[in-house]
Design a protein around this ligand. Structure first.
Ligand code: ATP
Length: 200
């Protein structure tokens, strides 16, 4: 069984993944895989440079994400082109990671992804767990972690899927509006249920 874990910025996805890991549950993070597929030497990076030029590279040959983001932010057609290059590769690698973790005998595994629903990665999972917090807490936790101002945090949240839409698609919801002890208790309860569930 594969559980997809998602939620808005700073909702607590990574913290939740660590709490499951403490119970012996492995996870793969779609953000890490998204970075892997554009590392130097990867065919996706070569395609990106062929299209946008060396302006999207740092001097050491790594992808300059900010430069690329600025180009595709202004040009929806270019964003779709970029997604056409990266999304299939990300998906392929996620499947490989998930299969390897399952083959190693885990009771179930996690796919942690901020864009679980938007990217179609939810098709890879059996259940979706949404980590939910009110917007005010997202802003406070983003600001505390990333030195991001309230205005910028609000803009990031506004660009993401709305809280209500995400919740409507959830099979399970973890309310992360209280402290880490409450988070750990909810993870323990979900773990107990997931171990009992058969693949749906
Ligand atoms: P992103 O989408 O930005 O990668 P995320 O959803 O993975 O973020 P985390 O990095 O797990 O979120 O958490 C965001 C911040 O909030 C971190 O600094 C984390 O320590 C803190 N945090 C998470 N859960 C709690 C909690 N229950 N109580 C207090 N702080 C928390």
């Amino acid at each position: 069984m594969i559980i997809g874990v998602t939620g808005g910025i700073a909702s607590g996805k990574s913290t939740v993944a660590l709490a499951f890991a403490a119970l012996g549950i492995p996870w793969v993070d779609a953000d890490d895989v998204a970075r892997e597929v554009v590392e130097p030497g990867e065919p996706a990076l070569a395609k990106i440079v062929a299209r946008f030029g060396e302006q999207v590279l740092h001097s050491d040959g790594r992808l300059n994400r900010r430069a690329l983001r600025e180009i595709v932010f202004a040009e929806p057609a270019e964003r779709r082109w970029l997604e056409g290059v990266t999304h299939p590769r990300i998906r392929q690698r996620l499947i490989a990671h998930l299969e390897r973790m399952q083959a190693e005998g885990a009771p179930y595994v996690l796919l942690v992804s901020p864009l679980l629903f938007e990217s179609g990665q939810s098709q890879l999972v059996d259940r979706c767990l949404v980590v939910d917090v009110p917007e005010s807490l997202q802003i406070a936790r983003t600001a505390a972690r990333d030195e991001v101002g309230e205005v910028q945090a609000r803009a990031i949240i506004a660009a993401q899927m709305s809280r209500s839409e995400r919740l409507a698609r959830a099979d399970d919801i973890l309310d992360n509006s209280r402290g880490e002890a409450e988070l750990t208790a909810q993870v323990a309860e979900l773990d107990r249920r997931y171990r009992q569930l058969k693949t749906v």
